[in-house]
Design a protein around this ligand. Structure first.
Ligand code: PEP
Ligand code: MG
Length: 579
């Protein structure tokens, strides 16, 4: 660590609790996608050759692109190809990474990204707007070389134990970037931007590593290798801490780990309140790879399988067969316990690879069921895959983002069509598969009887319900402070949905982030909720709250929280409810 570095503190929004101490690892999105590892001494020249070959390949590609430009194309086309060729051949890109490989023994991709970031930083410092713009060209050229490199993957695996000590510092990360984190074992991550219920944050939580978003200037102020403390409980990042602060946090960290260990004892304890109400605690997953954690935490079912993550970080869409395998794998692992598979919720912040959203407001655009109904063939493939997997366990089909009766009708018709095609080919499936709907648009919560008439169960997606009720983009940290699960309007919609569904005997769950927040467990129990679905990592903490709650005792206080129209008073009442 640089001894002259003075410690400082940055404040952001905590997205994943816990404390981690480690060294800063600055990344851009592109950098995350490449492995970074130390090359053993005998492999250095091979690595240099790999780099040279990739540069050569891109040089040929650019020549080819240049040749194919039509004669009548605007002059800028040719100029752009020339510029890219010039950047590629400049020693700062064609030679410096080789020095980095030789001197620091980093793999070719890592060396290239490091050099790109150093060049981009130099361009950032220039005042000339034209030159500033050129950094996009550098990034594009680097991406081409990276692609060429990735076509010939290296043979050395990254050193996972070293990664654990690293804290990723990024300006922004997309949900697709976060998926790539799953292949690494970083100690924590912090970003400048992002909302606490963005899908990036949700994925960070599912990784169960301390994380903070909305730090604004972390990427600029922190240097590679700086010692960092991520306090994911308070949402505080401490850079270059002194010895006293460090010792204090080491103690806090071991206390936190001790508490988590204690919670593990609750794994097989049935979840029920003190006055005997059984409560179902289900898990949310993104990929079949999440299953070990689900089982370790004793989930009684899967309440939300976000299938769109099977569709991300790839050029092609997963076919019916591949999806079927994934759904069956999860279903088999749950051994007869319910598995709620949500149909594709693509759109908004979850983009398909290479798909640039040009719609004016993606969160209000062709997202989730709207997208699926506009692509019936793709949707039918998914429905068939889910139905086929239902033969191997207890699957429930969940439809996201419903607002209109005709969307439900169209979906049910397509399910019927998918069933008919399976009947025709004699493939087995659960004929009584329940079909439910997400209640995550205020219109759906307000027009609940229409949903209850047509669907077998409901799941409250509070992340979107809050986003759409309060008109707050969940991915935008500029309005993150307005994202309020305790807003009276939100609580009214949540409470009404639970009460009406309970009264009608329609199963209802909450699968948004509210379900995994221990500060809200008693409130939701008091409002009548008996099924919570959350990240597996949160499950035992929520179970502990359930086990310590007597519904009859807390109900009057929960009703007072619901009636409160003053936010300070709401906080006070919530504190009392939780004491
Ligand atoms: C929600 O909106 O609360 C939800 C569970 O779905 P997602 O977070 O995937 O939008
Ligand atoms: Mg949602």
């Amino acid at each position: 660590m640089d001894m002259a570095r003075v410690n400082f503190v940055l404040h952001g929004h905590s997205v994943s609790p816990g404390i981690t101490i480690g060294h800063a690892h600055l990344v851009s999105s592109a950098r995350l996608e490449v492995a970074h590892y130390e090359v053993p001494e005998p492999g250095i020249e091979y690595e240099v050759a790999r780099f040279d070959a990739a540069v050569g390949k891109v040089r040929d590609e650019l020549l080819e692109v240049g040749k194919q430009i039509p004669a009548d194309a605007p002059a800028e086309f040719g100029a752009f190809v020339d510029l890219h060729a010039m950047i590629l051949n400049d020693p700062s890109l064609a030679s410096v990474p080789k020095t980095l490989i030789r001197e620091h023994r980093c793999n070719a991709e890592w060396a290239l990204i490091q050099q790109m970031e150093s060049l981009v930083a130099q361009f950032d410092a220039i005042d000339d707007p034209y030159l500033k713009e050129r950094k996009a060209d550098i990034t594009q050229v680097v991406e081409r070389v990276l692609k060429a490199l990735l076509g010939r993957p290296g043979t050395v695996e990254p050193n996972l134990s070293a990664e654990k000590q690293l804290i990723v510092v990024a300006h922004d990360l997309s949900p697709a970037d976060m998926l790539l984190f799953k292949q690494h074992a970083f100690g924590g991550f912090v970003t400048d931007v992002g909302g606490v219920t963005s899908h990036t944050a949700i994925l960070a939580r599912s990784l169960n590593i301390p994380a903070i978003v909305g730090l604004h200037h972390a990427r600029h102020m922190i240097r590679e290798g700086d010692l960092l403390i991520v306090d994911g409980i308070q949402g505080v990042l401490i850079v270059a801490p002194d010895a006293i602060v460090l010792a204090e946090y080491q103690l806090k960290q071991s206390q936190h780990e001790l508490e988590r260990k204690k919670l593990r004892r609750l794994k097989s304890t049935p979840a029920a309140t003190l006055d005997g109400f059984p409560v179902e605690l289900f898990a949310n997953i993104e990929l079949p790879q999440d299953m070990p954690e689900v089982l370790e935490n004793g989930a009684q079912g899967i309440g939300l399988f976000r299938t769109e993550f099977l569709f991300m970080n790839r050029k092609d869409l997963p076919g019916e067969e591949e999806q079927f395998e994934a759904y069956r794998e999860v279903t088999r692992a749950m051994e007869g316990k319910p598995v709620t598979i949500r149909t594709l919720d693509i759109g908004a912040d979850k983009a398909l690879s290479g798909e640039a959203y040009t719609m004016p407001n993606p969160a209000l655009g062709l997202r989730a069921i709207r997208y699926c109904l506009s692509e019936p063939q793709m949707f039918l493939g998914q429905l068939r895959a889910i139905l086929r997997a239902s033969h191997y366990g207890k699957i429930r089909l969940l439809i996201p983002m419903l607002a209109h009766a005709h969307e439900i009708d169209q979906t049910l018709l397509l399910i019927k069509e998918a069933k008919a095609s399976l009947d025709a080919s004699g493939e087995p499936y659960d004929k009584g598969i329940p079909v439910g709907g997400m209640i995550e648009i205020p219109a759906a919560a307000l027009a609940l009887p229409m949903f209850m008439r047509k669907l077998g169960f409901l799941s409250l997606g509070t992340n979107d319900l809050i986003q759409y009720t309060l008109a707050i983009d969940r991915t935008d940290d500029a309005v993150a402070h307005l994202y309020d699960p305790l807003h009276p309007a939100v609580l009214q919609l949540v409470s009404q949905t639970i009460t009406r569904a309970n009264r009608a005997g329609v199963p209802v769950a909450v699968c948004g982030e509210m379900a995994g927040d221990p500060r809200l467990t008693r409130l939701l129990l008091g409002l009548g909720l008996r099924n919570f679905s959350m990240h597996p990592a949160q499950l035992l903490a929520i179970k502990e709250r359930v086990l310590k709650t007597c519904v009859a005792d807390i109900q009057p206080m929960a009703a007072r929280v619901l009636r409160s129209t003053d936010s300070r008073r709401t906080q006070e009442l919530l504190l009392k409810l939780n004491s």
